[in-house]
Ligand binder design. Structure first.
Ligand SMILES: C[C@H](O)[C@H](O)[C@H]1CNC2=NC(N)=NC(=O)C2=N1
Length: 101
């Protein structure tokens, strides 16, 4: 899959407003917050299963009720449509998790 140009990446991010685009890395990152660790880990479990299903895996870290997730395609050396697809899946899963404001 082909790496997106900075222009097409920016355009594609119109429907992913909570994600930050790092042009230098060609990657997108979002921080998700939850009520507690169990909620955060439940979300990570959902994304882990989706990642396996799509054979596309996040870079992420978890501290108690917070999950920071980055998508980039290592094989392509940057952001691709696969990253955008998994970011949308993460947004949809988060919306179902009753997140804290
Ligand atoms: C062999 C396997 O398909 C590849 O290693 C996949 C697995 N998951 C992946 N995940 C991500 N984020 N980037 C990749 O390039 C990638 N490659």
């Amino acid at each position: 899959m082909e790496k997106l140009s900075p222009e097409s990446a920016q355009a594609a991010l119109a429907d992913l407003p909570d994600w930050q685009y790092d042009a230098e890395r060609s990657a997108i990152t979002r921080r998700f917050r939850f009520a507690d660790f169990v909620e955060a880990f439940g979300f990570m479990t959902q994304i882990a299963l989706a990642a396996e299903k799509h054979d596309h895996h996040p870079e992420w870290s978890n501290v108690y009720n917070s999950v920071t997730m980055t998508w980039t395609t290592h094989d392509a050396g940057g952001l691709t449509e696969r990253d955008l697809r998994l970011a949308r899946i993460a947004d949809a899963a988060y919306a179902r998790c009753a997140p804290q404001p």
